[in-house]
Design a protein. Sequence first.
Lengths: 492, 503
Amino acid sequence: MASAPLTTIVIYGGGLAGYVCACALDRTLPGDIQLILIETDAAKATDIFFGTLTSPTTYDFLLDKAFTEPDLFLNTQTGVSLGTKFENWGPTRQNWIQSFYKPLPVLNGVEFQHYLTRFRQTTPEKASLEDYVISTQAAKSGGFAHPPEDRKTPLADMDYGYQFSPKDWQGYFSGKLSSKRVTRLQSDVTKVERSGETVTGLTLNNAQIIKADFFIDASGPNSKLKSPSDTSWVGTREICAAETHNIETGKRHPYRTVRAADYGWQSETTLQNQVHRLTVYDPNSERAALKAHGTPDHTPFKVQLGRTETPWIGNCLTFGHGAASLEPLTSAPMRLLERDIDRLIELIPVSKNMTVERREYNRRFNDDYSHADLFQRAFFSTSKTGAHPYWVAASSTPLTKRLQDKVEQFESRGVLVQYDYEPFSREDWTLLHIGMGRLPRRYDPLADRVSLPGLTQKLEQMRHAIDVMAKKLPPHDVYMSRLIKYLEDQNV
Amino acid sequence: MRLRKICILGGGTSGWMTAAGLSNKYKSLGIEIELVESEQIGTVGVGEATLPHIRFFNQSLGIDEREFMKATRATFKLGIEFCDWGRQGDRYIHPFGDYGEPIDGVDFHHFWLRLLQNGHNSRLDDYSYPILAAEAGKFQLPGKDVSKIGSNFGYAYQFDSSRYAVLLRQYSEKNGVTRTEGKAVKASRDPESGFISSITLESGQTIEADLFVDCSGFRGVLIEQELETGYDDWSEWLPCNRAIAVACETKGPSVPFTRATARKAGWQWRIPLQHRVGNGHVYCSEFISDDAAREQLLSTLEGQPLSEPKQLYFKTGKRRKLWNKNVVAIGLSGGFLEPLESTSIHLIQEGITALIELFPGKSFETSDAEEYNRRMDLNFDRVRDFLLLHYVATQRDDSEMWRYFRNMTLPESLQEKMEAWKSRGYLLRYEQGVFLPPSWVAVMAGQNLIPDGYDLRVNRKTLDEVISVTDTIKQQSKIAVTQTPDHAAFLAQYGAAAEMGAG
């Protein structure tokens, strides 16, 4: 192999990003690479901004690193999630369930939603997309069961992510690090030695000096290892977040609820034995937000949304909230953390010359985050609206050409504009557009090739089958407690 | 409101593919389709070799594979053999399929690279069933489980595109497409919108339509001569601008692959059909004379030429807007990229598919054309980069043309791709575009661009484990080939061989 191989990687962190990253590297890299984890509490503070929801991608993400769902259920408060119910959202007070589901059938070569647009023009009462999405119907009936492999039942089209508490996962992943490979130091960095853009060593509290080939700084927004020459941060909007675990009044659902308010929004997330509340608000509306929230577990945190455009400089990668902060409105923060980790694993430097790795990591990072931004931005009006700071700030963020194209094409004719490797699927986008009231004006003329009675019958059958299935599902609480009981018995 | 009438200007492969594709979808919706073509104007018929996507086009039309192959004298195609590209004397096959299979989520070629770096030399080709089958002149259809070795490949055809046009004409006419003989001499425009309202033929006949599809070839009668859309000239990157083509008699059994041999001032194709072999020399007139190019072609034919060689002139590039006002350019009127990777028919197919998905209504919305152009631009750009790769991933410097490529400043996207591969076998991927990672691996490795490093996850296994797991794939591929019938025998047994003497 050319030039000197990589032997030691330092991860400076100790929050969720640092622990998941360390676990993933621990489980995927060959044995001759040493890992040193410097654990600082500073990293934990902003974990609240990872939100409480993951997407269906998490199952495979974890399995790739040999983390199994049963182990996660047994050792954390993690629950299943069919998506998010948005209430009273946006300028037109929309209500919808942004659920996770597999692609709807293509009938006669035409995407399903074109038939709904056709129906909307004749029989609007039958044109509701959610009637045909099993995950949404299951969410409404409060039921859950694992989707089977057998594709014949409507349940196979259901998909699910997880509802979790960042604090809980922090502990879980911290406990999963192998003691053989990972050297853990409870300390903080007091000095960073550099030679140009290369970090050559870190001095810790106890004067110990740590040397390595590659540094990952997951210590949070004020990352100390980040090159002082990096001034590429884009984004100015600030938000605050307060959380309370175990709220008393919470209702239990197999989905997260997000309720819009003047100050911002409030979510409630059902975990195994508790309901978690998160309130996100504009810093100028703190009083109203905290009044609505109740007593938070700790002092609320503030973060500046946005990202650096060059997370990897020299031999140092800024990771987690030092590199990017997303609003925890959707599963985006966790989805992107997973992508950060998988991108890193694919690009672990093969030698001390990291030119290619750096350029490619940064390129994909910018693609992923700008694509996630499109999705998150699409939750707000495309023109500046609102009387309250949160809504004004959110809808003032400029629209990119890419998002304009997505919205225009969908509203014009139900076409989903897609870019390479977007983190959010066509299904996610379809639900969001319709949820936000962005309905197509036209449909694919090929949808007219099916006769109206034939189509009505076909859709009625689908709707009925989904309805029957959704009502047959066991209540999610019952399902989960039986599952956990079963897993506990197996473990004994 | 639905549009009422489509006029396709030009027959040939693109015209009749468009007529077939559109009539199949819109015949029951009362949309009238009229195709205007002139027997005086010859067709180019550049693409006789195709990509696997053509199967889905035929399937969607409901065309039976056997009937299609008989009618067009088609052979099966497992890939393209590239000769003399990296260095003179080199050869490799770009297959329709992956190499080996990913191991624990890591692409197979990284394991191969570790073997190489530890002195275990083997050809990457030995882990690819379609390459081994092509080399042995064998073919069979893939089985249902496409992850299984022996089924882990795609296939396309090599066929007579003028016969394909005839087949699709019959198909289209059955679907109600009207064919009008004639040459367009004039177009009338709506004074307000600038849209073409009708075309007038030499005979004086006028044809009105809502949508015009320009399949008139290089001239771009509507898109360029009338609408003056403009052309992005890519000659700087792909300077070949002429071709001379001739069919010759076939010697020996037909093989299931196309061949592209690099020459001093271009390259030469060899496309084996059931009854003859198509040949052509694509070259750059700056580096070779037409006579010398013709001589190069004729002196290397394996059998008697079947006609006078046909001379073609072109300029590499793409129309600035493939959809402009109410005209959509499909085929050579939209752009030209040399057929080094059999993309001509594929780009026609992409054009038709995108037009169907973005099919306009009576009132054309500009956003339809914008999205169409965005998609097609991306397709063309990405094919261009992939073609250019063949000329620049090379050690050749034995002629003026090869030295021209040596000194070229590459598009950044291509430069970065090659660097990432060279450094660690890493592939810059995209989802939208025809050539996926295995194709890039085939050309870069095939032209001696061997990476210095590989994905470190490979080292989770010991060298002995890597040897054992890769050997298994190699053996399985080899065994699968021995169980595959000869290509010619399979054609006959499958019922795809045309009757002898049927011309």
